[in-house]
Every structure is written in structure tokens, then in C-alpha cells.
Design a protein around this ligand. Structure first.
Ligand code: DAH
Length: 460
């Protein structure tokens, strides 16, 4: 660093940032400290005081003029703060280096008061420390062996003090030393603890936050239907999605070349060569009628929720996988009236009491007679028209086809060992996707399978 840096501007010293500025001040402190130590020995305290603080053109004023004033605003504030700190530094040392002989006649009170001022100066300096580095500088400033304030006081006050004042100076100096030491220790320990906290790396993985989902709308509709049938004495059974042709077709009175098999074109498993028979993805839940009756004697009252498969091309109303709830009731005295009553009860529970129902004759190989079951259109109230004209949902018919059903064909009982003369019953197969679409106003069956959260979230 050039001599007499305080006579030059920062820019001519090539300093343009805070790091450069703080180095300049470090250097200034060193210069002042050694000058003062020298002067104290030579009894030239007053000269140092004048040169730095007091008369003519003292250095602190030159600093103000050359370092603060011409400096661009972004750095100016920093320089100003450094200068304030430096003023305090010089002030404290000048006070501490003040030769005691000048204090003659002022007695112990004066001494106590001087020490109190020093302690306050120390407290202020400590309060201004922002980090461990600042604390380190303050520690050296006060406790440094060569030029620390405490050392300076020992040299200038304690050693040369007259014997009557020595005990007071010694006592006050001790008090100040203890204060400085303990306060610094406290602050340094706190800063180290803080730094440790900051450095502490938490190696544990954050816990897994499991988002709570909701049941898929199809599951919810299954549940609604199950609850309705539970209330009238049905129970739930489930069966395999991979079936044999026997259960899927033959035992349901659909022999190999029956034309309805065309409607149920489906996926067959590729089995290892030589495996006898075939396996297929079930085309409906009806096979569970057979499996249930094989297993238990009448009375039977079951519903069968499940997924079924057909080789349909996907569009707004078709999907290769969809859902059904099969129903079967077989007992010794079940009539067509029980059948229609049960179906009506279910539909009114599901859609509300105001819907009307109707049967149309239909055909299924495993029921006789067979019906197609319709419900009055839930969109236009059965009128076939809406405010904007013909109802698009029922195409003006006022009715919507809901599901197939019928009285169990006596031929089916032959496959499960029931006596067709003693038992009778009814069966139905409800397409769940369609039902859910009607009830919840969904116009594309694909929405059930895309798992788009924006869709799913609408049915919490
Ligand atoms: N299994 C038929 C289908 O998937 C639906 C069906 C109709 C089931 C009439 C029945 C029934 O139990 O009696 O097309």
C-alpha cells in the first residue's frame, strides 16, 4: 500500500470495491497503532492525537474528503461506515494511551469514569460485530498482545501510575479485562454454534408425502349399486377375468356356432403349444351365474361387479375394457313380478324416485323371456325435448336403454344341476360405465381409463 494513502482518492489508489476498502482500513489501523505505541514510549501522545484527530488537517478529515466524498454512491456508504469504525478505534486508543500524569490530581473517580467509557466503547464495538470475522478483529483490537487496548492501558496507565493510584487502576483494568474476555467468549461461542447450525447438513431423506387419492368413479358407482342390493338381501361375489369358453359361453346356453358369439368377439390367450382347451378374457360377468350356482344350492341372491373385455374399437361409447354388475336371484318361487319389482326398486334408488321404467322384449340365450330395460331420459325428463330442441341424449325418444335382463332360461339350470321344475329366477347385466355416464353427465367413456387427474378430481 502506498504511503499516505489518505491523501489520495480511492480511484487513484485503484480501489473500487468493499474488499479493497476494508484492506485500506486494516492498513490504516496498523499504521496508527504502531505510531501510537511509538509515541507513548517517547511521550509524544499529543502529537499523534493531533496528527490523526485534532489539529490542522487531521487524517480522519482527509479520509472524509478523499475517500468518502468523491466515491460513487454504491460504495460510499460502505466507506462511511468503515470510517466511523476507524474513528472509534482511534478514539479509544487515544483515550487508552492518554498518559496518566495528565490525570494527576483527578483521583480515583476520574479513573473509574475513564474505564467506564472504555467499557462502553468496547460494548459498542462488540454490538457492531456481524460475524466471526468481526469478532476476531475486535478480539485482537482489545486483547492483542502488542497493540491491544488492554495492553496499551497497561503500558500507559498501570505501569507509570503513582503508587496511590496504582491499586485503583489495577482493579479497574482487571474488571475491564474480565468483561472483555467474558463478553467476547460468549459472542464467539454463540457465533460458532450458529455457524455450525448453518453448516449442518441434514442427510436424512425427507419423509414420503403420500397424497391421499380418492376412489375412481367406477368404484364409487359399484359401491352405490352394491349398497342398494345389499339392502334387499343380495350379496357380492367376484370371479376371474380370464375364463374358459365353457363358462363364458356354453354353460350360458351359447353353443360354439351360436350367432351371439359374434357380438362378443374377444381376446383369447396365447397358450403354450399342446395345452388343451382355450382361455379368454371374459366378455361379460354372466359366467359367474354358472360358477355361483355350481357352488351353492338355491336360494341364490348375488350381484357380481367386475371388469369385462371385448374387441371394440375405442370411441366415446366403446372401450375394449368396461364394467358390469351381474345379478342373479334363484329360488323356489321367484316370479316375473319379483323380477320387475326388484329392477324398478334398484333404478329408482339409483336415479331418484321420479324416473319411469319400461321393458321391451329382447333376446339373450340364457334368459327366457328376455327384456331390455329402459328408463325415462334423465336429461329431458322423458319428454324428448329440451329448451334447445330435441334432446340429444335420448334423440327425442324420451327413453334411454339401460340394461338387459330376463328370467333365467331353464336350459341354464341343466348345466349346474338345478331342477328347472323346482326353481325359477331372474338375471340382469348392468353396464356400469354407461350408467355412470348417465348419472354424472360424462360424455366420453374414455375418461374412465385415461386417469387424467383433472377428471378424477371432480369425483372425490
Ligand atoms: N351378459 C349380457 C351382456 O353382456 C348382459 C345380460 C343380459 C346379463 C341379460 C344378464 C341378462 O344376466 O339376464 O350383454
Amino acid at each position: 500500500m502506498p504511503e499516505n494513502s489518505y491523501e489520495k482518492t480511492l480511484s487513484s489508489l485503484g480501489v473500487n470495491d468493499s474488499i479493497g476498502v476494508s484492506w485500506l482500513f486494516v492498513e490504516l489501523r496498523r499504521q496508527f497503532t504502531s505510531e501510537l505505541a511509538d509515541a507513548v514510549k517517547k511521550n509524544e501522545w499529543a502529537r499523534v492525537r493531533d496528527r490523526w484527530m485534532r489539529s490542522g488537517n487531521p487524517i480522519v478529515e482527509q479520509l472524509e474528503k478523499n475517500w468518502v466524498k468523491p466515491t460513487p454512491p454504491e460504495l460510499q456508504e460502505y466507506v462511511l461506515r468503515q470510517l466511523q469504525g476507524f474513528r472509534a478505534f482511534v478514539g479509544i486508543r487515544l483515550q487508552a494511551g492518554y498518559p496518566l500524569e495528565h490525570a494527576e490530581g483527578r483521583g480515583p473517580n476520574w479513573i473509574e469514569n475513564e474505564f467506564l467509557k472504555l467499557q462502553t466503547a468496547f460494548d459498542n464495538e462488540l454490538a457492531g460485530c456481524l460475524n466471526e470475522q468481526d469478532l476476531g478483529v475486535t478480539k485482537i483490537d482489545w486483547m492483542g498482545r502488542k497493540s491491544g487496548v488492554l495492553g496499551l492501558i497497561t503500558e500507559t496507565w498501570l505501569k507509570p501510575s503513582p503508587s496511590d493510584l496504582k491499586p485503583v487502576v489495577g482493579q479497574e483494568l482487571n474488571k475491564l479485562r474480565k468483561h472483555v474476555e467474558s463478553q467476547l467468549e460468549l459472542r464467539i461461542a454463540a457465533a460458532e454454534a450458529g455457524a455450525e447450525e448453518e453448516d449442518h447438513v441434514d442427510l436424512s431423506l425427507p419423509g414420503v408425502v403420500r397424497a391421499l387419492g380418492s376412489r375412481h368413479l367406477i368404484r364409487q358407482v359399484f359401491q352405490e349399486i352394491e349398497d342398494i342390493f345389499f339392502s334387499i338381501g343380495f350379496s357380492v361375489v367376484e370371479g376371474p377375468e380370464i375364463e374358459t369358453p365353457y363358462y363364458n359361453f356354453e354353460a350360458l346356453n351359447i353353443p360354439e356356432f351360436h350367432p351371439v358369439r359374434d357380438d362378443m368377439d374377444t381376446f383369447y390367450m396365447e397358450l403354450p403349444k399342446g395345452t388343451p382347451g382355450q382361455l379368454l378374457l371374459r366378455t361379460h360377468t354372466s359366467p359367474m351365474q354358472i360358477r355361483t350356482m355350481e357352488k351353492q344350492k338355491p336360494p341364490v341372491r348375488v350381484i357380481v361387479p367386475g371388469r369385462v373385455y371385448r374387441r371394440d374399437n375405442p370411441d366415446a361409447t366403446h372401450s375394449f375394457a368396461f364394467h358390469q354388475v351381474e345379478g342373479l336371484a334363484v329360488d323356489s318361487d321367484i316370479t316375473f313380478c319379483d323380477f320387475t319389482g326388484t329392477i324398478e326398486y334398484f333404478v329408482k334408488q339409483f336415479f331418484g324416485p321420479s324416473v319411469k321404467t319400461r321393458f321391451r322384449p329382447s333376446y339373450f340365450p340364457f334368459t327366457e323371456p328376455s327384456v331390455e330395460f329402459d328408463v325415462s331420459c334423465v336429461f329431458c325428463g322423458g319428454s324428448g325435448t329440451t329448451a334447445s330442441g330435441t334432446c340429444g341424449k335420448c334423440k327425442g325418444a324420451g327413453w334411454i336403454e339401460l340394461f338387459g335382463a330376463g328370467m333365467v332360461d331353464p336350459a341354464v339350470y341343466g348345466f349346474v344341476g338345478y331342477d328347472p321344475k323346482k326353481v325359477s329366477g331372474f338375471a340382469f347385466g348392468i353396464g356400469i360405465d354407461r350408467l355412470a355416464m348417465l348419472k354424472y353427465g360424462i360424455d366420453d367413456i374414455q375418461a374412465f381409463f385415461q386417469n387424467d387427474v383433472r377428471f378424477l378430481k371432480q369425483f372425490p
